[in-house]
Write a protein that binds this ligand. Structure first.
Ligand SMILES: [Zn+2]
Length: 190
């Protein structure tokens, strides 16, 4: 979460440093300190016969882009429970997760650039019929070697490439399963 202008507890003005918008803020009036920690989120990499189920985002940011079904943790919710709940809400499918998590990655979210910590599980379908709902306007199975180009969020590209590699597949030429910073990660066109 980005810096507060006013204290949520007593409404006094809080100090802020534009150079460090995510630094903790202490209220001189009531003494409360506010920590702008990363927000935790979780998602399900739902696989069936080397195909991955993706959800098309109905909301901003990245409206219309394909995404891994998932979302933010509710207070007190374990990431595994979040991944199962979000999979059910967005795709209509009851899924079972592989432990441990497949990957944990950092990113930033939305206009405020809030930091996120994203936990992903490989999942398989145990019940239900797929249908898009909630934050998803469509759901579709994609072969792992033919994923769509319009993928939401920088970190999702990393996760999908790691998933492809873990299944013994290479991201093939022309598939945009790479991110905007080609220096950080190896890409498919080497
Ligand atoms: Zn205060």
């Amino acid at each position: 979460m980005s810096a507060f202008t006013y204290c949520p507890g007593c409404a006094a003005r809080l100090p802020s440093d534009p150079a460090q918008p995510h630094a903790a803020q202490s209220c001189a009036s009531c003494g409360t300190t506010f920590y702008h920690n990363a927000k935790p989120a979780a998602g399900a990499l739902i696989l069936r016969n080397r195909q991955l189920l993706l959800a098309q985002r109905a909301i901003e940011p990245f409206r219309g882009y394909w995404d891994i079904p998932g979302g933010f943790l509710e207070p007190g919710e374990h990431p595994a429970a979040t991944a199962r709940r979000e999979a059910l809400e967005e795709t209509g499918l009851v899924v079972e997760l592989e432990e441990p998590p497949f990957e944990i990655v950092l990113d930033q979210y939305g206009d405020a650039g809030d930091h996120t910590l994203n936990v992903y599980y490989v999942a398989r379908v145990v019940a239900g019929d797929e249908r898009a709902a909630d934050d998803a306007c469509a759901v579709q199975w994609f072969p792992l070697d033919a994923l769509p180009e319009r993928i939401a969020f920088d970190h999702t590209h990393d996760v999908l490439r790691a998933l492809i590699a873990s299944r013994g597949l290479m991201a093939t030429e022309g598939r945009r399963v790479h991110r905007s910073d080609p220096g950080k990660l190896s890409t498919s066109h080497s």
